[in-house]
Each structure stands twice: as C-alpha cells, then as structure tokens.
Design a protein around this ligand. Sequence first.
Ligand SMILES: C[S@@+](CC[C@H](N)C(=O)[O-])C[C@H]1O[C@@H](n2cnc3c(N)ncnc32)[C@H](O)[C@@H]1O
Length: 266
Amino acid sequence: MKSAPVFDQAHYATLNESREAVMRPLLDGLKKKLNAETALDVGCGSGYFSGVLHSEGFRVTGLDGRAENAVLAASRYPRVQFFTANLEDDGVRRYGPADVVLCFGLLYHLENPFRALRNLHALTGKVLLVESMCLPSNLPLMELRDECRTADQGLQFVAFYPSEACLAKLMYRAGFSFVYSLRKNPEHPAYRNSLRQKKSRTMLVASRGELNLSQLESVPEPSAKLDPWTTAWDRLGAPLRSLGRLLTKPWPEKVASVRRRLSGSL
Ligand SMILES: C[S@@+](CC[C@H](N)C(=O)[O-])C[C@H]1O[C@@H](n2cnc3c(N)ncnc32)[C@H](O)[C@@H]1O
C-alpha cells in the first residue's frame, strides 16, 4: 500500500492552521494597499499555501524542487499552475516577477541560502513573505545540518539553517529596502520561547517599497561586525585585562609596573 504524503501528517495541519490565520489578513492588506494580483508559492510542497493565495484572489503559480510534489499539488489545486524548479538555480527567475512571493518552510533546506534569496529578490515584484525555521541566536549565523530523507526536506538532505537575524540580513543584502517582522506571530509553540522549548520558527516580510501595515514592524539590518574570536575575557574590557596582566606578573615586576603607572599619571 502507498503511504500518505509526508505533508498530510498531523503536525503540518496544526502548523498550517496557525500560519494561515496570520497570513489571510496580511494578504488582504497587501492586496488592497499594493493592488497585488499575481503570486508565486516557492517550495510549495503539496500546495497548501498556493490554495490559500488562490482563495484570496491571486493568480498563483506554484514551484517546487521535486516533480512529485508539483504533481501532488496540481492534483489538489487544479486552478493553480505548478512547475518543478530549483530555487538555488538562477533559471528559476523565468517564473517571475510576481507581485507577492511566498516562500514558506524552504529557506532552511538549502545549500545556498544567499543565492536563493537573490533569486527570490529577482522573482519579487513587490513583497516577499518568508517563513522559516531559525537558529536561536541574535547574531546573523548559519549552521550546516543533516536532514532526514523525506520529500519535504532539502534536495541534498544537508542544509544551512539560518538565525532570524541572518535571514533579515540576507534580505537586505539581496536588495530589499524594507524588512519587517509580524507584531503577532502564529499561535504555535514553535514561534515563541518557553521553558520547554526555544523559538524555532519565524516569519519575515521583505519589500521593495515601504509598507505601512498595522500587522508589521520594521526590522533594522542586523550588524555583522562582532568579532567571533573574542572571548568573554576580551569583552570585560581593557581595564580589567590590564589588571589581569598585572596580577600574573612576578612581584618585583608588579611593583615596577605600578610605579611606572603612578609616575606616568603624575
Ligand atoms: C518543508 S516543505 C514546505 C512546504 C510548504 N511550503 C509548507 O510550508 O508547508 C519544503 C518544500 O521545499 C521543497 N524544496 C526543497 N529544496 C528546494 C529547492 N532547492 N527549490 C525548490 N523547492 C525546494 C521540498 O521539495 C518541499 O516541498
């Protein structure tokens, strides 16, 4: 007997419900504010969000890196056109631009997230909506992780997982002028820190023009200037460091050093 598609597992249903609840009012706002008409769903899987976009009145194209998923999505949403396309390949650009691009659950399944973000920028006429797993760090970091071998994972089953700060920085550096987070994230434990689990998912919106929507708040470009080789000791600051050096010296040198300092300050 053929097993059910991986996208039909119960955990997808709860996640989709919570994501859809915040997406619908946002899509409605974007449609009205920007006269947005066309949409691309990149990494569409079984097409759930292609269906949401279509029911919100968009003309939708769905793309997935796996032909089997594009076929499954087409069987479920016959009013949407689906194609097999790899977001890491520049050839994907032929499917754009669309006013709204949605890329849910894909950016942490890639070998080349920066290339993918540049392709998403090229595909986006107005606004990009991203949902992704994120590493728990305020720094713009990625971690290379092994993935399980199912049809909802990366094409090579090894991928760079980004932090939320990394995603925001990639969006700015790929060419988007404005990046926003949602004031109210989906009502699902994955989108918040708790005693039992760290926040593991996020939603970000990147736009070519400024968006004045009540659901969004601006995210500044995260700085990547912190030196990763500094130790906690370094960060305590120069005065403490020189005190430390002084303490490790033999007594005669300590005395000489203190004398020099005192005479220097006189
Ligand atoms: C976790 S699923 C997300 C499905 C759907 N967007 C959702 O949020 O429920 C990731 C999807 O991205 C597809 N995918 C993986 N790597 C891809 C790539 N390089 N280009 C396009 N799609 C890719 C997978 O085949 C899979 O359908």
